[in-house]
Write a new protein. Structure first.
Length: 199
């Protein structure tokens, strides 16, 4: 059976974990297919932390307006090929500021290119902004405030991701309380590393 013909809904996709070799090579022509496989994809991951390390490499080449636009367009091309009709795309804005963009600019860039790509492909899409387990309280608060600032756009929610085993939730409780008090939809990565009892 050819499942590509079936319409699909993608509720859990990370922008920084979705880079094709084609877009990576376009951003940095020095990256060969071997480097891509070894540093961006990985042949095997025995735990969540192993997998997260590969995302770090992708984030390095997602730091300018052009780079963010290219990877978003690339993702929509992949979604279209898979016959996805609705997607919720998540990313951590505070990871993409190393070349001078502000977190607000990062969200604006990705929000605008997402709108354009939704119109081009017919794929409805929402954006979920992530805080990360190792972020400080201030960083988590800043991330949820961005979600609030972009209410009424295609930014639809707040999430926490990354190494749950190594970092407790203490720094993020107030951010989730803010989300609750401001009617911000939330999702949380839980149970991936510590098991069901941690949820």
């Amino acid at each position: 059976m050819n499942y590509n013909k079936n319409c699909k809904v993608e509720l859990h996709i990370h922008l920084d974990c979705s880079l094709s070799y084609e877009v990576v090579k376009k951003i940095n022509p020095k990256i060969t297919k071997t480097i891509y496989i070894n540093e961006f994809v990985g042949s095997s991951c025995s735990c969540l932390n192993d997998y997260i390390k590969y995302a770090d490499r992708a984030v390095e080449i997602m730091q300018s307006e052009e780079e963010l636009e290219l990877v978003t367009i690339d993702l929509f091309n992949q979604l279209k090929k898979d016959n996805v009709v609705y997607a919720e795309i998540r990313f951590a804005p505070l990871l993409h500021v190393k070349k001078g963009l502000s977190p607000n600019q990062v969200v604006k860039i990705i929000s605008e290119i997402t709108n354009k790509e939704s119109n081009r492909t017919g794929i409805e899409a929402g954006l979920i902004l992530c805080t990360l387990r190792h972020f400080s309280k201030e960083m988590s608060d800043q991330t949820v405030s961005l979600v609030n600032d972009f209410k009424g756009t295609n930014v639809i929610g707040f999430d926490i991701a990354a190494d749950e085993a190594g970092y407790p939730l203490n720094n993020h409780i107030e951010a989730f309380e803010f989300a609750k008090n401001n009617n911000i939809p939330c999702t949380a990565h839980a149970g991936e590393a510590l098991g069901a009892e941690s949820v």
